[in-house]
Design a binder for this molecule. Structure first.
Ligand SMILES: [Zn+2]
Length: 252
């Protein structure tokens, strides 16, 4: 089995078999690559989703659970690649963390919250762009993977009692609602509405808070960095965990 750091050509070679990815790659990544942008690619069977993205001493990497085979795999790889593109273009929120406060929490808890805040802004924008410009089909991944995973999670836990885990539930709800906002597939939308009913029954408080955050994001707009900055500040001034305002923990 292939594992560990990979030559980019091996992974891209598989991905280019999908016409949507090929168009996306040539138009979006190749020009940046010519300007010196690079990515390290890894195959890691323990990767939680199919794909994940991160930085190693400032250098972007993408890891995949295995070599890409399906159209959904190509969509998820494109999703991570678009995160890297936003990083290369400096079109993302750079969230700084207050270390004194983050030390009061378990290792990685506050970093994880910062990542979720970033995803709240970026993931809906990334998926909408891949769908509308390059004809990827996020609705398939949402219905086949994200909804079943969410149902499993709903069946095991309701509204979290403590601020931090509950806020993470709220951020996830609002992000997913924003991601569904650009979906037009009626059959998929029925599944999303059924999931929302289940949410309301099992996590009533999270649903209420998540809907409120969703409406606020939609009203103010979050597509560009110029819109994201004031909205980010509004959000960190609105929410608190354990008596700390998020604005005391996070700064952009
Ligand atoms: Zn993402």
């Amino acid at each position: 089995m292939i594992e560990g750091k990979q030559d980019e050509s091996i992974i891209i070679g598989e991905l280019l078999k999908f016409g949507e990815f090929e168009k996306f790659y040539h138009a979006e990544w190749e020009p940046r690559k010519r300007n010196g942008a690079t990515i390290d690619w890894y195959i890691d069977p323990s990767c939680k989703g199919f794909a994940a993205q991160g930085f190693d001493e400032g250098k972007p990497f993408i890891q995949l659970r295995r070599l890409p085979k399906t159209f959904d795999d190509a969509f998820l790889a494109a999703h991570e690649l678009l995160h890297v593109i936003k990083y290369v273009d400096k079109q993302y929120l750079e969230i700084n963390i207050n270390n004194t406060i983050s030390q009061c929490y378990e290792d990685g808890e506050i970093i994880d919250l910062a990542i979720r805040l970033g995803s709240l802004f970026d993931d809906p924008v990334v998926d909408r762009f891949l769908q509308n410009v390059y004809n990827f089909y996020p609705a398939h991944h949402y219905t086949k993977v994200v909804i079943p995973d969410t149902i499993k999670s709903l069946n095991s836990v309701g509204d979290q009692k403590y601020d931090l885990p509950r806020l993470k539930q709220v951020l996830f709800y609002a992000q997913f609602a924003l991601q569904w906002d650009s979906i037009t597939d009626q059959k998929a939308l029925r599944e999303w509405r059924a999931l929302k009913r289940r949410y309301l029954k099992i996590r009533p408080l999270v649903t209420k808070m998540g809907e409120e955050l969703f409406s606020m994001m939609n009203k103010d707009g979050y597509e560009t960095l110029e819109k994201q900055r004031p909205l980010f500040n509004k959000i960190v001034n609105k929410y608190t965990i354990d008596g700390y305002k998020l604005s005391d923990i996070f700064r952009i």
